[in-house]
Design a protein around this ligand. Structure first.
Ligand code: ADP
Ligand code: MG
Length: 266
């Protein structure tokens, strides 16, 4: 302790060298807290370590989130469950524990546009990252485009490996555009490669029964669904678009408009 008091810079240098930057940067306030709370030496060490662990976790989550390429920042806390009464809140909170990711299960989030599928997918992806699972987010279109391009340049295996690697792969907006036969087959290859190894979260505006049309081939669709549905949680959101709901609240569109009229008014 004496050496430290004599040369406070020595402590700063050691903390820098040990990469304990949170302790280094917050040392004065952490020691103040310890004094105020009359902490024992052991508890003071614990307090310092907690600050360091918190910073390391925060950095790791930031880094993993940027690698995940989420389209926007969304959290479960920011999801208004009251706006979506058809949604089983308990099930979503159970999914937030990410046990399904640990088990390599799949989640399908189905429902019309604007009901919060992407929001929930991003929020669940964030929970996965917080629990240390590598996560990658992609739109179905971007995924299929990348696989097709790789296929043409004889790099398909490399691309499949890229998408097979993360513990959780989120594929958003499957079914907005029907896939060509070749694209559907490439998607099947990816699903096969990930099968029972990593989890997939797929969002779609089409019911599972319509996936034959999405993939343009009922055999491929069945093969894909076979694997996705084997260990899976299928969540169908049946409510109104959240954005339309907000507009209706503010009186921009009539209160009693039907679903069809609502769609037209956007
Ligand atoms: P979808 O993917 O089903 O088309 P999004 O998740 O993109 O819908 O939702 C559209 C917008 O509305 C997003 O900005 C999203 O955060 C917001 N949103 C949707 N549902 C809710 C909700 N229940 N609570 C809070 N925000 C919501
Ligand atoms: Mg979406």
């Amino acid at each position: 302790m004496k050496a430290v008091t004599a040369d406070p810079d020595a402590l700063t240098r050691m903390l820098t060298r040990l990469k304990l930057t949170a302790i280094r940067d917050q040392l004065d306030s952490l020691l103040d807290t310890a004094t105020r709370r009359k902490l024992t030496l052991l508890d003071t060490v614990k307090l310092l370590c907690e600050a360091e662990v918190a910073r390391k976790d925060e950095r790791r989550i930031q880094m993993a989130s940027s690698i995940a390429k989420f389209p926007f920042v969304r959290t479960l806390d920011g999801f208004e469950f009251a706006a979506q009464p058809s949604l089983d809140m308990k099930l979503i909170h159970e999914l937030a524990t990410c046990r399904w990711v640990g088990n390599g299960d799949a989640v399908l989030l189905l429902g019309p546009p604007g009901v919060g599928k992407t929001h929930l997918a991003v929020a669940l992806g964030r929970e996965a990252i917080q629990r240390g699972y590598s996560t990658l987010f992609t739109s179905a279109t971007a995924l299929v485009t990348a696989l097709t391009k790789a296929h043409h340049s004889a790099r398909l295996d490399e691309r499949l490996t890229h998408y097979a690697k993360p513990k959780l792969l989120i594929v958003d907006e499957l079914g907005y555009l029907p896939l060509e036969a070749n694209a559907a087959h490439l998607f099947f290859q990816l699903v096969s490669r990930r099968y029972e190894r990593g989890s997939m979260l797929v969002t779609s505006n089409r019911a599972v029964s319509e996936w034959g049309a999405v993939f343009g081939d009922s055999v491929v669709a069945t093969a894909i669904l076979d694997r996705l549905l084997h260990h899976s949680h299928v969540i169908t959101i049946r409510g109104d678009s959240y954005r339309l709901r907000e507009k209706r609240r503010s009186g921009l569109i009539p209160q009693r408009a039907t679903g069809k009229e609502l769609e037209k008014s956007t």
